[in-house]
Design a protein around this ligand. Structure first.
Ligand SMILES: Nc1ncnc2c1ncn2[C@@H]1O[C@H](COP(=O)(O)OP(=O)(O)OP(=O)(O)O)[C@@H](O)[C@H]1O
Ligand SMILES: [Mg+2]
Length: 338
């Protein structure tokens, strides 16, 4: 049975660039398929503002030969979607991407930092420059190096005419807070924030509208049976111990996790336990993000996967990241046992 710990892929700048499109589950996301929740008016407001932003690219539907596109209001070159988990931020970002004309990119923050890491800053700018639209999902300023690089990259792209959009669980002016000495970078963060119109999206976790509150943990014998059943059905299942996987994640750069799970249909993890190190926890979050993007169901035994983050972690600066991972783990484990 294949194991994830045996996979230590390499990834090139060209490969990262080729992946700069929305994840499969968002390929069909449109403004029309986004259903604003009547209980949270910010959702309808965000949808309207995003349609107006897209209006800057001209009409998305033909309005007849002689009609002219309404001129877009001279707004900011960027929009920033800030909100809780599962409220449809990525859905809206992908919808915006889908109506952008010409050359355009869609990636997570981590993919853009990996691109710069693999190609070098100049080459990465050269690749992205001149695009009509650059979408950055899961914008996070976790460290000073990324902050300098990303604020510089964004201002360079914007000054060459690209429009940008970002999603985050943190409003732009609070980026970095509780994580590093953000006050040393206030000028950069503020300059970047000035390029964005911030849209706050409130709401309930859409993934949890239908799902019970906990990640599913199976008894060991049921895990074995479920793995065998999936394999017998021709699905590619990997089987790892949770502790081994977490150790392995420390030896692979997070930008490569996407390739580590390439071609996998089901992930089985046995002996899930609470994590004691924040570094391990953050790597595991990055891994969960990629598994979620790829929509790979997860079978697990031991502690429920939503209990792996210790209380002190949940109370710290990365709280929202952990909560997002929990929301995703609940969805992934219930998909596996459905
Ligand atoms: N209002 C909505 N109408 C239709 N589908 C929605 C809506 N909100 C969310 N969804 C769907 O729910 C799922 C979760 O939404 P999405 O991933 O866009 O949320 P998110 O805000 O990006 O969450 P996260 O903070 O985890 O990144 C997606 O499949 C998305 O298409
Ligand atoms: Mg998202």
């Amino acid at each position: 049975m294949p194991r994830l710990v045996d996979r230590a892929p390499t990834i090139t700048g060209a490969e990262i660039a080729a992946e700069l499109v929305p994840p499969r589950q968002f390929e069909t996301a449109t403004f029309e398929s986004y259903r604003p929740d009547d209980d949270f008016s910010s959702q309808a407001v965000a949808l309207e503002r995003l349609r107006a932003f897209a209006g800057g690219w001209g009409p998305t539907k033909s309005r007849g030969l002689f009609s002219r596109a309404k001129k877009a209001p001279a707004g900011k070159p960027g929009v920033y979607l800030d909100g809780g988990f599962g409220v449809g931020k990525t859905h809206l970002l992908a919808a915006l991407w889908s109506v952008a004309p010409g050359r355009k990119y869609f990636g997570t923050f981590i993919e853009y930092t990996a691109l710069v890491g693999a190609l070098g800053y100049r080459e990465a700018v050269h690749l992205l420059k001149g695009a009509s639209f650059v979408a950055i999902d899961e914008f996070e300023l976790d460290d000073p190096g990324d902050t300098m690089m990303m604020t510089r990259l964004l201002s360079e792209l914007v000054s060459h005419g690209s429009r940008v959009a970002a999603t985050s669980n943190t409003p732009p002016n609070a980026l970095g807070e509780g994580r590093f000495a953000a006050e040393d970078f206030l000028r950069e963060i503020q300059a970047m924030a000035d390029n964005f119109e911030t849209l706050r999206i409130d709401g309930l976790d859409y993934r949890r509208r239908e799902i019970e509150g906990h990640a599913v943990a199976l008894p060991d014998d049921r895990l074995v049976a479920a793995v065998e059943q999936a394999a017998a059905a021709g699905r590619r299942v990997t089987r790892d111990s949770f502790a081994d996987l977490v150790a392995h994640l420390g030896s692979v750069h997070p930008s490569k996790y996407i390739k580590m799970i390439d071609g996998v249909d089901v992930i089985a993890l046995r002996d899930v336990r609470q994590l004691s190190s924040q570094t391990d926890a953050l790597r595991f979050v990055a891994f969960v993000d990629r598994v979620y993007d790829a929509q790979i169901p997860v079978l697990a035994s031991g502690q429920p996967l939503d209990a792996v983050f210790a209380a002190d972690m949940l109370a710290g600066g990365y709280r929202k990241k952990y909560l997002r991972a929990i929301s995703r783990l609940v969805a992934l484990t219930s998909a596996a046992s459905a």
